[in-house]
Design a protein around this ligand. Structure first.
Ligand SMILES: C[S@@+](CC[C@H](N)C(=O)[O-])C[C@H]1O[C@@H](n2cnc3c(N)ncnc32)[C@H](O)[C@@H]1O
Length: 255
């Protein structure tokens, strides 16, 4: 765990600069009739990320960004609450709510220390939110605090393999060489301007989840479907058709 939470301040500023770019794609994500996940937009029907039945579940979306994951859940009958550290991202989420006629609560705040009561949610979800931008030793225990016994945690992040194969330089795609040690991998920054990301090894992740009161249910590896393209520079579909570029963790809080 880092000693301070300076990454929260730095990531708020960074997301202030990224928000316009993400606003441009928000409407497409909000409009998608089926959830589509991650870099390759893989449909929910292929990945099975969400529980079969979400109607009536209280959901917290940790690092909800422009709110499309919460919107997908709300349309399936869940009661999502979003929290995000960026006023600009939340402004986009509010615009989307108005445009799509779908309302759910949105809070400005830090997903590592939320204002919500203990045991007030059935599902905690994070799609590239807290899952990479928050200190895992802070946000995973916070998710455990927020969940009711038996509640589920689902989060999507870059795969460990991709983080190891991605050159230091920005805008350079992962190669078939390992360029970063796994040992000690934790807090990562890139050439300025950059935010602060957190990526830990699968072993560390398993131990942290178990220490925080979770049983691990699944680790879904996400590959690029044939012919897929991405606007992101750090991976291409040739690479991701051989190795998973993303992973989805599912864990359940002990009863
Ligand atoms: C890629 S976006 C998430 C996309 C999101 N799944 C959506 O539906 O739009 C990452 C988000 O994480 C947020 N974030 C970064 N640090 C955070 C923190 N400490 N607490 C809450 N949100 C944070 C950023 O502000 C940004 O909106």
């Amino acid at each position: 765990m880092s000693n301070s939470n300076d990454h929260v301040t730095r990531n708020r500023a960074y997301w202030g600069t990224l928000a316009a770019e993400y606003a441009a794609s928000a409407d497409e994500s909000w409009s998608s009739p089926e959830p589509r996940w991650g870099i390759w937009q893989v449909p929910e029907s292929e990945l099975g990320v969400l529980p079969d039945e979400v109607a009536g579940l209280d959901v917290v979306d940790l690092g909800c960004g422009t709110g499309y994951v919460s919107a997908w859940l709300a349309r399936r009958g869940a009661r999502p609450v979003g929290i995000d550290n960026s006023p600009e991202q939340l402004a986009t989420a509010r615009r989307m709510q108005a445009r799509h006629g779908l309302e759910f609560p949105l809070h400005l705040g830090d997903a590592e220390a939320t204002p919500f009561e203990d045991a007030s949610f059935d599902l905690a979800i994070s799609e590239y939110g807290a899952s990479i931008w928050c200190d895992p030793q802070r946000w995973i225990p916070e998710a455990a605090r927020l969940l009711r016994p038996g509640g589920q945690l689902i989060f999507l992040c870059n795969s460990t393999l991709m983080m190891l194969a991605m050159p230091e330089a920005d805008h350079v795609a992962a190669t078939d060489r390992l360029v970063r040690p796994l040992r000690g991998m934790y807090r990562l920054t890139w050439t300025e301007p950059s935010g602060v990301e957190f990526h830990i090894s699968p072993g560390e992740q398993i131990r942290l989840l178990r220490r925080s009161g979770f049983e691990i249910e699944d680790l879904i590896e996400v590959y690029a479907p044939e012919g897929a393209a991405t606007r992101y520079p750090f991976v291409d579909s040739a690479w991701a058709s051989r190795w998973p570029s993303e992973e989805i963790w599912k864990a359940r809080k002990w009863l």
